[in-house]
Design a protein around this ligand. Sequence first.
Ligand code: SF4
Length: 325
Amino acid sequence: MSLKQPPILKVDNLKMHFPVKEGILLRANKFNKAVDGISFEIQPGETLGLVGESGCGKSTLGRCIARLYEPTSGSIEFEGTDITKLKGKALMPYRQNIQMIFQDPMESLNSRHTVGDILEEPYIVQKIGDRASRAKRVRELLDIVGLPARSMTRYPFEFSGGQRQRIGIARSIALNPKLVVCDEPVSALDVSIQSQILNLLVDLQKEFNLAYLFIAHDLAVVKHISDRIAIMYLGNIVEESTGESIYHEPRHPYTKSLISAIPVPDPHLRVKREIITGDVPSPINPPTGCRFHPRCPRVMERCKIEAPLLRTIADHQVCCHLDDL
Ligand code: SF4
């Protein structure tokens, strides 16, 4: 895969601020700045892993990309077209090309419909094929994700968590998308099932040249599947690089703490842990300067006043004032 192709997705200074309504009159005087000025690109067939603690805004970012939310400002370009403010019919072709896999597939699977109905629905909505050709395609989809054709007549609740995620994946690829936003797709599954689902996603990517935005809180899971990894903290990306480089040469103090927290399978290996304490601050009232400063083990006076900009250091993009990164 060449990294010199035009990006399939280009996100520029994206913001998603939710109004927080308070008081008897429910006036919105405050905003939850869940996504606050994020930029990145994804190439065709590439996987960008997006990692951060819960509450950092990564799922909100995924939902903006899939256009389940209309962003507050900034732009989302898909294959060179700005889709940020598109609505209704104008958005339909992009809904076909950008699909989403959810952590809990029950969120996207209608429990009162059979699996056959659920997988046929995207074709009905997009007015593709007749009943017989759609049924044939549903059987093909089930085969692609490793489920028997008899699954068509069963309901989502009759399946295990891993099987339900396979149904969710089948639905996400039904319309031959080019980009899939995977929002914590294996977080709720047993470890043994996680690797099966990750391997399925890798196989589908190779077969259909899919690009993934792969969201997770677990760096070990993201490393397995990602070409590049972006680390998110409180609405911003604080570091981005290749999977190998993030894992072996983290630069940002927050990334270092995430990496050092990954369990090492060898009990004889001594690893220096860089523990950070406290919770992620509220995105309604984020800290001044560097948003990580209240938790950073290397905080300086400057960090409390001045927000660092993303800068290039070797093959990393890092958002930090430190000189010795
Ligand atoms: Fe820590 Fe300062 Fe760097 Fe922020 S800018 S990560 S507070 S050293």
